[in-house]
Design a protein around this ligand. Structure first.
Ligand code: SF4
Length: 445
């Protein structure tokens, strides 16, 4: 758990020599606690204090990175129980499981690899493929890994029991860092040895918290640092309870044996693909590190990816687009200039409506610190000055033949002030809702 400024101060030399750039050791300690300074700025910290301070600065949930040549799937590094306390950092990677007995393995991997959706300017995609050695045959497993790698650039989770299967699979996974799933009490030593050989993270699967923590400790003692945990539960209540206890123990109690991302398999706790989707949503909210689905459809993946995006958005920072001048449907000099703010959803609402209607327009996005029109206006972040500034910085005047701006209907009250701030411009007030903008544009082109 993070140390307080006073606790850090007790570990510093307390000579107030100022070499760190701060007037006192206490001032430096306070900055360290706020993560606004680095320990290496003090050349006089003893080795013992250094290791204590470094241990305390470790995140309570270890960062685990799976990778292929081109892509990564990252989980962990979370430091809070609730996103409103700060934010969640690494969106739970979503994998889909295939089996080495599936005939259409490569086609499935290809389809999932190609799946991508644009959500308010963010490209959302699945994170990887989990390949299960359902056949029990190491060669078949290796062939499946080869087929998936040939059809996709996804990071991998390899699911098998036999160390020989992992050995065979890794011959076809050169350059990749997959997760090995999963060691249990019967094979933890053997799987830890093979995971160590390939420098791969290892998942451990226990039955409950105590058994899972014990397995994680065993894997760690065997030299594995990158561990993922599966506490065994599969149903709605069991997974919620255990995942919450694990997050609480890791974050609040700094319980290192459970300070790892949790892997979940929502398809194993339900009886239909629809229920799997609901349970996966629960896992994304609380508190999965990796989620492995058994079913993929574009519709279900889209729903989960958008949910995940929303949960892992910093609640203190609205999703924004870059302020500036955007062209919609190849506008001409006489096309209207629509004004809006740089809140992503506001921007995409308007641009989608206008683009969908096939109408050319200039969309001038003012910097309103990522807030929507009404919120920004109420907070004093969207006013005549900001609109005039956007006119200047975008140099919109050089692209148009008539100086006319269309304000959002919600801020009709700004019309007079904008007229004063932009002499010579015609200021019109458009509709309140984005959906009504095309009709307005047809009426007043
Ligand atoms: S350099 Fe170290 S000893 Fe000197 S004031 Fe800074 S923290 Fe204290």
């Amino acid at each position: 758990m993070a140390l307080t400024g006073l606790q850090i101060y007790k570990l510093l030399p307390q000579t107030n020599c100022k070499e760190c750039g701060f007037p006192t050791c206490l001032a430096f300690a306070m900055k360290l606690a706020a993560k606004q300074a680095e320990l290496k700025a003090c050349p006089y910290v003893s080795e013992a204090s250094k290791s204590q301070l470094e241990a305390a600065s470790q995140p309570p949930i270890r960062l685990i990175t799976l990778s292929t040549d081109g892509r990564k799937a990252v989980a962990g590094n979370e430091i809070v129980l609730f996103r409103h306390e700060k934010t969640f950092f690494n969106p739970a990677p979503i994998f889909v499981r295939v089996k080495d007995t599936d005939a259409d393995l490569a086609a499935k991997a290809k389809e999932m690899n190609a799946f991508a959706v644009d959500y308010v300017g963010i490209k959302l995609q699945l994170s990887g493929v989990a390949i299960e050695n359902a056949s029990g045959d190491a060669n078949k497993f290796a062939a499946a890994v080869d087929a998936v790698r040939g059809a996709s650039d996804f990071p991998l989770i390899l699911i098998a029991k036999d160390p020989a299967a992992f050995e065979a699979a890794m011959a076809k996974a050169k350059g990749a860092v997959p997760l090995f799933y999963a060691a249990d009490a019967s094979n933890v030593a053997a799987l830890a040895a093979v995971a160590k050989k390939f420098n791969a993270p290892l998942a451990v699967k226990g039955d409950g918290l105590d058994a899972t923590a014990a397995l994680a400790e065993q894997a760690k003692a065997a030299g594995i640092e990158d561990i993922v945990i599966d506490p065994g539960a599969r149903d709605f209540l069991g997974t919620l309870t255990l995942a919450t206890q694990i997050r609480r123990l890791a974050v609040k109690k700094n319980f290192r044996a459970l300070g790892y991302p949790v892997i979940t398999f929502p398809g194993e706790g339900v009886s239909s693909a629809d229920e799997e989707l609901v349970l996966a949503a629960q896992h994304i909210g609380k508190y999965a590190g990796f989620v492995v689905l058994d079913h993929f459809t574009p519709a279900s993946a889209y729903a989960l990816l958008v949910l995940r995006q929303n949960i892992y958005t910093d609640p203190q920072k609205p999703i924004q687009v870059q302020p500036g001048l955007y062209e919609i449907n190849a506008p001409k000099p006489e096309s209207p200039v629509l004004v809006t703010t740089n809140f992503s959803i506001t921007y995409f609402s308007i641009s989608n409506e206008v683009e969908g209607a096939g109408l050319p327009a200039w969309l001038m996005v003012a910097d309103a610190e990522g807030m929507s029109v009404l919120t920004a206006w109420a907070a004093g972040k969207f006013d005549a000055d900001r609109i005039a500034k956007a006119v200047k910085t975008t140099n919109v005047e050089s692209k148009i033949s008539r100086k006319r701006l269309v304000l959002p209907g919600h801020v009709a009250v700004l019309m007079g002030e904008v007229e004063e701030a932009l002499p010579g411009w015609q200021i019109d007030v458009g509709p309140r809702e984005a959906v009504d903008v095309p009709a307005y544009m047809k009426l007043k082109p």
